[in-house]
Ligand binder design. Structure first.
Ligand SMILES: NC(=O)c1ccc[n+]([C@@H]2O[C@H](COP(=O)([O-])OP(=O)(O)OC[C@H]3O[C@@H](n4cnc5c(N)ncnc54)[C@H](OP(=O)(O)O)[C@@H]3O)[C@@H](O)[C@H]2O)c1
Length: 342
């Protein structure tokens, strides 16, 4: 199979490319050559900025394209229009943030998607990446999906991941926990202990996307794991299982944290039960993706992969975000002990 990947060199992209190459497919990358330009020296890379010039893609054909780096509808209109006669299938990497109401558990692919405000919608064609915010990200991705489906009806796949984790993660989210628990000592763990968590290992996601293409599956898919949402407590003990450093968890009450102006994800992955999004945010249905072959490796493998990745990058000892979190954690633990009279 001949596969075109728009992007491909940061986080999810490499996991897709690695799997595609391992399965014997011929992969072409299209990007600006800025992010990890030396990652795939043996693959053909077509250089171009999708926002300015797609001409490097002209006159070529592939079996499918996987687009990891689209955020604005006009980007997708341009690329899907150009590629509609060059590829059989267009796989767009979207997000579970497309949904309008995260306060209900069990959101599935038929659930209502979020919309931009009328004001935002009016200037949609003039939007740039600077307009992609926590509020507009989901509605814009939903419109991107719609643009591809309109231009390539019946040939569009929308992959909607929740939190992606694992090697090469450029964010400060899941990776904090393997890093923190492996340092050992007293670790602040935020209640509720049974708060549900969903995430997907980038290697499971990348591998599955390649198989979606091989099998030609179209339509939207929520790509979240593991099998069922797991409680925060299970997540932390599962992650801790790969580390031999002595340590303990101190479970701190939600009310204590909220009273200190801390909110959702101010401690990585923490969702206070009192937040109205808490009921649905980490309880999205993955039934359709699972029925189409999405599988999940053990949590310990993901945790190990994250730690190995810190070592590969050489910044486990100097991770600035982690250092800042340690200062915040020490102060919160001090106040927690004081409050508890300990
Ligand atoms: N991380 C999560 O938890 C999460 C959750 C849900 C959904 N998602 C979605 O998953 C996708 C994952 O992104 P990723 O960073 O892992 O993808 P990636 O494919 O690994 O990296 C982004 C790629 O896009 C290229 N690129 C950026 N701007 C470009 C432009 N103007 N023209 C051409 N190429 C461009 C970059 O290369 P150059 O810089 O060299 O151009 C890079 O290769 C995103 O669409 C995101 O919305 C992520």
């Amino acid at each position: 199979m001949k596969l075109l990947v728009l992007g491909g060199t940061r986080f999810l992209g490499p996991a897709i490319v690695d799997e595609a190459v391992a399965r014997g497919h011929e992969v072409t990358l299209f990007n600006r050559g800025k992010t990890n330009p030396d990652l795939f020296p043996d693959l053909e890379t077509l250089l171009g900025d999708r926002n300015v010039d797609l001409s490097a893609l002209e006159g070529r054909t592939w079996d499918a394209v996987v687009d990891t780096c689209g955020y604005l509808p006009w980007q997708l209109e341009r690329s899907a229009r150009l590629l509609s006669s060059a590829v059989a299938q267009y796989v767009f990497i979207s997000t579970v943030s497309v949904y309008a109401d995260e306060s209900h558990p069990g959101l599935d692919e038929e659930s209502r998607v979020a919309r931009l405000s009328d004001e935002e919608y009016e200037r949609i064609d003039a939007m740039t990446l600077a307009d992609v915010t926590g509020v507009t990200y989901g509605p814009l991705k939903a419109l991107c999906e719609r643009a591809v489906e309109r231009l390539m009806p019946g040939r569009a796949t929308a992959v909607r991941p929740g939190l992606i984790c694992g090697p090469r993660d450029p964010t400060h989210r899941f990776g904090y926990w393997p890093w923190r628990l492996d340092r050992g000592g007293e670790v602040l763990a935020p209640r509720p202990m049974d708060g549900p968590q969903q995430f997907v290992d980038v290697r499971d996601l990348g591998g599955w996307i390649v198989r979606l293409v091989e099998e030609g599956h179209v339509g939207p898919y929520n790509a979240v794991g593991p099998g069922a949402p797991i409680p925060m407590e299970e997540l932390l003990y599962g992650v801790k299982s790969v580390s031999v450093t002595p340590g303990s968890l101190t479970w701190v009450d939600e009310e204590f944290l909220v009273a200190r102006d801390l909110g959702m994800w101010s401690i990585p992955l923490w969702v206070p039960a009192g937040d109205r999004r808490a009921r649905g945010f980490n309880a999205v249905s993955n039934a359709r993706a699972v029925a189409h072959g999405l599988t999940f490796r053990p949590l310990a493998e993901t945790a190990r992969g994250v730690l190995d990745d810190f070592d590969r990058r050489g910044d486990r000892a100097t991770w600035e975000f982690g250092e800042e979190m340690l200062v915040k954690e020490a102060e919160l633990l001090r106040q927690w002990r004081e409050r508890a009279g300990g």
